[in-house]
Design a protein around this ligand. Sequence first.
Ligand SMILES: Cc1cc2nc3c(=O)[nH]c(=O)nc-3n(C[C@H](O)[C@H](O)[C@H](O)COP(=O)(O)O)c2cc1C
Length: 340
Amino acid sequence: MKISKRKKEHLEICLNKEVEGKNYFNDINLVYNALPDIDFRKIDTKTNFLGKKLNLPLIISSLTGGTEEAREINKTLAKIAEKKKIGFALGSQRAMIENKKLGETYFVRDVAPSTLIFGNIGIVNLKEMKIKEIEEALDKFGADALFVHLNPAQEVTQIGGNLDFKNSAKNLKKVVERIKYPVVVKEVGLGISREVGEIVKDCGVRGIDVSGTGGTNWIKVEKLRGGKISDNLLNFGIPTPCSLLELKNLGIDLISSGGIRNGVDIAKSLTLGAKICGIALPFLKIYEKEGEMGVIKYIDELEKELKIVMFLVGAKNLEELRNTRYILSGFVKEWREQIK
Ligand SMILES: Cc1cc2nc3c(=O)[nH]c(=O)nc-3n(C[C@H](O)[C@H](O)[C@H](O)COP(=O)(O)O)c2cc1C
Protein backbone atom coordinates (compact mmCIF):
# COMPACT_ATOMS: atom_id res chain seq x y z
CA MET A 1 0.00 0.00 0.00
CA LYS A 2 1.23 3.52 -0.82
CA ILE A 3 2.47 5.43 2.24
CA SER A 4 0.21 8.40 1.48
CA LYS A 5 -2.90 6.16 1.40
CA ARG A 6 -1.93 4.61 4.72
CA LYS A 7 -1.32 8.06 6.25
CA LYS A 8 -4.78 9.16 5.09
CA GLU A 9 -6.37 6.11 6.72
CA HIS A 10 -4.47 6.79 9.96
CA LEU A 11 -5.76 10.36 10.05
CA GLU A 12 -9.35 9.26 9.35
CA ILE A 13 -9.31 6.56 12.03
CA CYS A 14 -7.65 8.77 14.66
CA LEU A 15 -10.21 11.49 13.97
CA ASN A 16 -13.33 9.37 13.91
CA LYS A 17 -12.79 6.34 16.16
CA GLU A 18 -11.95 5.78 19.80
CA VAL A 19 -8.20 5.10 19.68
CA GLU A 20 -6.99 6.06 23.15
CA GLY A 21 -5.79 3.73 25.90
CA LYS A 22 -6.10 3.80 29.70
CA ASN A 23 -4.42 6.82 31.24
CA TYR A 24 -2.54 6.62 34.57
CA PHE A 25 -1.89 10.27 35.38
CA ASN A 26 -4.46 10.05 38.21
CA ASP A 27 -1.91 7.92 40.07
CA ILE A 28 0.32 10.97 40.52
CA ASN A 29 -0.77 13.28 43.32
CA LEU A 30 1.06 16.59 43.58
CA VAL A 31 1.39 17.83 47.15
CA TYR A 32 -0.67 20.98 47.68
CA ASN A 33 0.99 24.06 49.18
CA ALA A 34 -1.49 26.17 51.15
CA LEU A 35 1.05 28.93 51.60
CA PRO A 36 2.56 29.73 48.17
CA ASP A 37 5.12 32.53 48.55
CA ILE A 38 4.56 33.77 44.98
CA ASP A 39 2.59 36.25 42.89
CA PHE A 40 0.44 34.25 40.42
CA ARG A 41 0.97 36.93 37.75
CA LYS A 42 4.75 36.42 37.84
CA ILE A 43 4.73 32.65 37.30
CA ASP A 44 7.24 31.80 34.57
CA THR A 45 6.63 28.82 32.26
CA LYS A 46 9.52 29.55 29.90
CA THR A 47 12.17 26.97 29.11
CA ASN A 48 14.53 26.02 26.32
CA PHE A 49 15.12 22.81 24.44
CA LEU A 50 18.02 22.09 22.10
CA GLY A 51 18.97 25.74 22.30
CA LYS A 52 15.54 27.12 21.32
CA LYS A 53 13.40 29.21 23.64
CA LEU A 54 9.86 28.00 24.40
CA ASN A 55 7.12 29.95 26.19
CA LEU A 56 5.64 26.71 27.47
CA PRO A 57 7.30 23.32 28.04
CA LEU A 58 5.39 21.93 25.06
CA ILE A 59 5.68 20.69 21.49
CA ILE A 60 3.05 19.66 18.98
CA SER A 61 4.09 16.04 18.48
CA SER A 62 4.65 14.36 15.10
CA LEU A 63 1.37 13.87 13.29
CA THR A 64 1.55 13.80 9.56
CA GLY A 65 3.09 14.63 6.21
CA GLY A 66 3.06 13.38 2.64
CA THR A 67 -0.56 14.17 1.67
CA GLU A 68 -2.43 17.30 0.56
CA GLU A 69 -4.44 17.24 3.78
CA ALA A 70 -1.19 16.93 5.74
CA ARG A 71 0.21 20.06 4.11
CA GLU A 72 -2.63 22.18 5.46
CA ILE A 73 -2.53 20.59 8.92
CA ASN A 74 1.25 20.99 9.24
CA LYS A 75 1.21 24.60 8.01
CA THR A 76 -1.53 25.70 10.37
CA LEU A 77 -0.17 23.89 13.43
CA ALA A 78 3.36 25.17 12.75
CA LYS A 79 2.05 28.72 12.37
CA ILE A 80 0.29 28.40 15.72
CA ALA A 81 3.44 26.92 17.29
CA GLU A 82 5.36 30.00 16.14
CA LYS A 83 2.71 32.37 17.49
CA LYS A 84 2.52 30.64 20.89
CA LYS A 85 6.27 29.93 20.99
CA ILE A 86 6.02 26.18 21.43
CA GLY A 87 7.81 23.47 19.41
CA PHE A 88 6.52 21.65 16.34
CA ALA A 89 7.30 18.17 15.00
CA LEU A 90 6.66 16.94 11.47
CA GLY A 91 5.32 13.46 10.79
CA SER A 92 7.50 10.73 9.29
CA GLN A 93 9.46 12.03 6.29
CA ARG A 94 9.88 8.62 4.71
CA ALA A 95 7.24 9.44 2.09
CA MET A 96 9.09 12.56 0.92
CA ILE A 97 12.45 10.84 0.82
CA GLU A 98 10.94 8.14 -1.41
CA ASN A 99 8.97 10.61 -3.53
CA LYS A 100 10.64 14.01 -3.66
CA LYS A 101 7.46 15.64 -5.05
CA LEU A 102 5.81 15.19 -1.65
CA GLY A 103 8.51 17.31 0.00
CA GLU A 104 6.49 20.51 0.00
CA THR A 105 3.69 18.95 2.07
CA TYR A 106 6.19 19.11 4.94
CA PHE A 107 7.43 22.65 4.36
CA VAL A 108 6.53 24.86 7.31
CA ARG A 109 9.59 27.02 7.98
CA ASP A 110 8.04 29.92 6.03
CA VAL A 111 5.24 30.22 8.62
CA ALA A 112 7.39 29.23 11.59
CA PRO A 113 10.69 31.08 11.12
CA SER A 114 11.98 30.84 14.67
CA THR A 115 10.32 27.94 16.46
CA LEU A 116 11.88 24.58 17.30
CA ILE A 117 11.11 22.19 14.42
CA PHE A 118 11.76 18.45 14.40
CA GLY A 119 12.02 16.24 11.34
CA ASN A 120 10.99 12.60 11.74
CA ILE A 121 12.04 9.19 10.48
CA GLY A 122 11.44 5.60 11.62
CA ILE A 123 14.34 3.61 13.06
CA VAL A 124 13.46 0.69 10.82
CA ASN A 125 13.87 2.91 7.76
CA LEU A 126 17.39 3.99 8.67
CA LYS A 127 18.90 0.87 7.13
CA GLU A 128 17.40 1.54 3.71
CA MET A 129 18.16 5.27 3.60
CA LYS A 130 21.33 7.16 2.98
CA ILE A 131 22.25 9.59 5.76
CA LYS A 132 22.80 12.21 3.06
CA GLU A 133 19.17 11.86 1.91
CA ILE A 134 17.83 12.32 5.43
CA GLU A 135 20.11 15.31 5.97
CA GLU A 136 19.04 16.91 2.68
CA ALA A 137 15.38 16.56 3.68
CA LEU A 138 16.11 18.29 7.00
CA ASP A 139 18.16 21.01 5.27
CA LYS A 140 15.19 21.78 3.02
CA PHE A 141 13.03 22.64 6.01
CA GLY A 142 15.59 24.29 8.17
CA ALA A 143 14.80 21.66 10.81
CA ASP A 144 16.51 22.03 14.19
CA ALA A 145 16.62 18.35 15.11
CA LEU A 146 15.55 14.87 14.04
CA PHE A 147 13.11 12.60 15.82
CA VAL A 148 13.84 8.93 15.16
CA HIS A 149 10.72 6.96 16.06
CA LEU A 150 10.78 3.45 17.51
CA ASN A 151 7.55 1.67 16.57
CA PRO A 152 7.93 -2.14 16.66
CA ALA A 153 4.35 -2.59 17.95
CA GLN A 154 2.94 -0.54 15.12
CA GLU A 155 5.00 -2.32 12.45
CA VAL A 156 4.26 -5.83 13.70
CA THR A 157 0.51 -5.19 13.85
CA GLN A 158 0.33 -3.23 10.59
CA ILE A 159 -0.67 -5.09 7.44
CA GLY A 160 2.58 -5.28 5.45
CA GLY A 161 4.55 -3.70 8.29
CA ASN A 162 8.34 -3.88 8.48
CA LEU A 163 9.29 -6.85 10.65
CA ASP A 164 13.08 -6.69 10.64
CA PHE A 165 14.28 -4.57 13.56
CA LYS A 166 17.70 -6.24 13.71
CA ASN A 167 20.68 -3.89 14.10
CA SER A 168 18.41 -0.95 14.96
CA ALA A 169 20.73 0.40 17.68
CA LYS A 170 23.74 0.04 15.37
CA ASN A 171 21.94 1.98 12.63
CA LEU A 172 20.86 4.65 15.12
CA LYS A 173 24.42 5.11 16.38
CA LYS A 174 25.69 5.50 12.82
CA VAL A 175 23.12 8.21 12.07
CA VAL A 176 23.74 10.03 15.36
CA GLU A 177 27.49 10.06 14.68
CA ARG A 178 27.29 11.21 11.08
CA ILE A 179 24.29 13.53 10.76
CA LYS A 180 24.80 17.20 11.56
CA TYR A 181 21.47 17.46 13.45
CA PRO A 182 20.81 16.55 17.08
CA VAL A 183 18.84 13.29 17.25
CA VAL A 184 16.04 12.63 19.74
CA VAL A 185 14.49 9.18 19.97
CA LYS A 186 10.74 8.81 20.41
CA GLU A 187 8.22 6.01 20.76
CA VAL A 188 4.80 6.40 19.14
CA GLY A 189 2.60 5.45 22.10
CA LEU A 190 3.96 2.33 23.80
CA GLY A 191 6.66 3.81 26.02
CA ILE A 192 10.41 3.38 26.57
CA SER A 193 11.99 1.24 29.29
CA ARG A 194 15.16 1.91 31.31
CA GLU A 195 17.04 -0.72 29.28
CA VAL A 196 16.12 0.84 25.93
CA GLY A 197 16.84 4.30 27.37
CA GLU A 198 20.36 3.21 28.29
CA ILE A 199 20.99 1.76 24.83
CA VAL A 200 19.85 4.87 22.96
CA LYS A 201 21.72 7.13 25.37
CA ASP A 202 24.88 5.15 24.58
CA CYS A 203 24.17 5.76 20.89
CA GLY A 204 24.59 9.49 21.63
CA VAL A 205 21.02 10.76 21.27
CA ARG A 206 20.29 14.18 22.79
CA GLY A 207 16.92 13.32 24.28
CA ILE A 208 14.18 10.71 24.64
CA ASP A 209 10.44 11.25 24.09
CA VAL A 210 8.87 8.43 26.07
CA SER A 211 5.52 8.51 24.21
CA GLY A 212 3.96 5.94 26.50
CA THR A 213 0.52 4.36 26.72
CA GLY A 214 -2.46 6.39 27.84
CA GLY A 215 -3.08 8.29 24.62
CA THR A 216 -3.16 7.22 20.97
CA ASN A 217 -2.83 3.44 20.84
CA TRP A 218 -1.37 2.29 17.52
CA ILE A 219 -2.26 -1.36 18.06
CA LYS A 220 -5.90 -0.20 18.28
CA VAL A 221 -5.46 2.00 15.20
CA GLU A 222 -4.06 -0.89 13.15
CA LYS A 223 -6.85 -3.17 14.37
CA LEU A 224 -9.40 -0.58 13.25
CA ARG A 225 -7.65 -0.49 9.86
CA GLY A 226 -8.49 -4.16 9.49
CA GLY A 227 -5.46 -5.87 11.02
CA LYS A 228 -6.24 -9.29 12.50
CA ILE A 229 -5.10 -8.41 16.01
CA SER A 230 -6.51 -9.97 19.16
CA ASP A 231 -7.83 -7.78 21.96
CA ASN A 232 -5.27 -9.44 24.28
CA LEU A 233 -2.63 -7.13 22.85
CA LEU A 234 -4.46 -3.86 23.35
CA ASN A 235 -3.08 -3.16 26.82
CA PHE A 236 0.55 -3.82 25.95
CA GLY A 237 3.11 -1.10 26.59
CA ILE A 238 4.45 1.19 29.33
CA PRO A 239 2.17 3.94 30.68
CA THR A 240 3.68 7.40 30.19
CA PRO A 241 4.22 8.16 33.94
CA CYS A 242 5.88 4.74 34.41
CA SER A 243 8.16 5.34 31.44
CA LEU A 244 9.20 8.70 32.93
CA LEU A 245 9.99 6.98 36.24
CA GLU A 246 11.99 4.30 34.37
CA LEU A 247 14.16 6.97 32.75
CA LYS A 248 14.38 9.44 35.62
CA ASN A 249 18.01 10.17 36.54
CA LEU A 250 19.29 8.63 33.30
CA GLY A 251 21.02 11.94 32.68
CA ILE A 252 19.30 12.79 29.42
CA ASP A 253 16.53 15.29 28.54
CA LEU A 254 13.11 13.65 28.59
CA ILE A 255 9.96 14.58 26.68
CA SER A 256 6.69 13.33 28.16
CA SER A 257 4.05 12.36 25.63
CA GLY A 258 1.31 9.77 25.20
CA GLY A 259 -1.96 10.84 26.79
CA ILE A 260 -0.96 14.37 27.85
CA ARG A 261 -4.28 16.16 27.62
CA ASN A 262 -4.28 19.12 30.04
CA GLY A 263 -2.12 21.47 32.11
CA VAL A 264 -2.22 19.16 35.13
CA ASP A 265 -0.73 16.29 33.07
CA ILE A 266 2.04 18.67 31.96
CA ALA A 267 2.80 19.69 35.56
CA LYS A 268 2.82 16.05 36.73
CA SER A 269 5.13 15.06 33.85
CA LEU A 270 7.64 17.73 34.86
CA THR A 271 7.66 16.58 38.49
CA LEU A 272 8.38 13.04 37.20
CA GLY A 273 11.46 14.29 35.38
CA ALA A 274 10.34 15.55 31.96
CA LYS A 275 11.96 18.67 30.52
CA ILE A 276 9.04 19.33 28.17
CA CYS A 277 5.84 17.58 27.00
CA GLY A 278 4.34 16.60 23.64
CA ILE A 279 0.71 16.37 22.54
CA ALA A 280 -0.48 14.84 19.25
CA LEU A 281 -4.08 13.59 18.92
CA PRO A 282 -5.90 16.48 20.68
CA PHE A 283 -4.26 19.01 18.34
CA LEU A 284 -5.46 17.04 15.33
CA LYS A 285 -8.99 16.64 16.66
CA ILE A 286 -9.40 20.24 17.81
CA TYR A 287 -7.98 21.54 14.53
CA GLU A 288 -10.48 19.47 12.53
CA LYS A 289 -13.44 20.51 14.67
CA GLU A 290 -12.68 24.09 15.65
CA GLY A 291 -9.89 25.23 13.32
CA GLU A 292 -6.99 27.53 14.14
CA MET A 293 -8.84 29.49 16.84
CA GLY A 294 -9.81 26.29 18.64
CA VAL A 295 -6.18 25.17 18.77
CA ILE A 296 -5.05 28.56 20.10
CA LYS A 297 -7.77 28.43 22.77
CA TYR A 298 -6.63 24.92 23.77
CA ILE A 299 -3.00 26.08 24.18
CA ASP A 300 -4.19 29.05 26.26
CA GLU A 301 -6.14 26.66 28.48
CA LEU A 302 -3.09 24.41 28.88
CA GLU A 303 -1.03 27.44 29.91
CA LYS A 304 -3.62 28.71 32.37
CA GLU A 305 -4.08 25.30 33.99
CA LEU A 306 -0.32 24.72 34.22
CA LYS A 307 0.11 28.10 35.93
CA ILE A 308 -2.70 27.38 38.41
CA VAL A 309 -1.08 24.05 39.35
CA MET A 310 2.27 25.81 39.74
CA PHE A 311 0.63 28.34 42.05
CA LEU A 312 -0.99 25.56 44.09
CA VAL A 313 2.30 23.73 44.61
CA GLY A 314 4.20 26.96 45.25
CA ALA A 315 6.41 26.85 42.14
CA LYS A 316 7.23 30.17 40.48
CA ASN A 317 9.14 28.59 37.61
CA LEU A 318 9.57 25.19 35.95
CA GLU A 319 12.72 24.39 37.91
CA GLU A 320 10.75 24.69 41.15
CA LEU A 321 7.89 22.68 39.65
CA ARG A 322 10.33 19.86 38.82
CA ASN A 323 11.27 19.71 42.52
CA THR A 324 7.68 19.46 43.74
CA ARG A 325 6.91 16.56 46.05
CA TYR A 326 4.44 13.96 44.77
CA ILE A 327 2.71 10.90 46.16
CA LEU A 328 2.22 7.90 43.90
CA SER A 329 -0.78 5.62 44.14
CA GLY A 330 -2.21 2.55 42.38
CA PHE A 331 -0.54 0.98 39.39
CA VAL A 332 2.15 3.68 38.97
CA LYS A 333 3.21 3.19 42.62
CA GLU A 334 3.42 -0.57 42.06
CA TRP A 335 5.50 -0.02 38.93
CA ARG A 336 7.82 2.41 40.72
CA GLU A 337 8.42 -0.08 43.55
CA GLN A 338 9.54 -2.73 41.08
CA ILE A 339 12.08 -0.65 39.18
CA LYS A 340 15.50 -2.08 40.04
C1 LIG B 1 -2.60 10.72 13.30
C2 LIG B 1 -1.28 10.49 13.97
C3 LIG B 1 -0.14 10.33 13.20
C4 LIG B 1 1.11 10.12 13.79
N1 LIG B 1 2.22 10.02 13.00
C5 LIG B 1 3.44 9.92 13.58
C6 LIG B 1 4.63 9.92 12.79
O1 LIG B 1 4.58 10.04 11.55
N2 LIG B 1 5.83 9.80 13.42
C7 LIG B 1 5.90 9.68 14.78
O2 LIG B 1 7.01 9.61 15.33
N3 LIG B 1 4.80 9.68 15.55
C8 LIG B 1 3.58 9.79 14.99
N4 LIG B 1 2.45 9.81 15.77
C9 LIG B 1 2.60 9.58 17.24
C10 LIG B 1 2.59 10.86 18.06
O3 LIG B 1 3.64 11.71 17.69
C11 LIG B 1 2.62 10.59 19.57
O4 LIG B 1 3.87 10.02 19.91
C12 LIG B 1 1.52 9.65 20.03
O5 LIG B 1 0.35 9.83 19.26
C13 LIG B 1 1.17 9.85 21.50
O6 LIG B 1 0.67 11.14 21.75
P1 LIG B 1 -0.91 11.46 21.94
O7 LIG B 1 -1.45 10.50 22.94
O8 LIG B 1 -0.94 12.88 22.38
O9 LIG B 1 -1.56 11.28 20.59
C14 LIG B 1 1.21 10.03 15.21
C15 LIG B 1 0.04 10.21 15.99
C16 LIG B 1 -1.18 10.44 15.40
C17 LIG B 1 -2.40 10.62 16.26
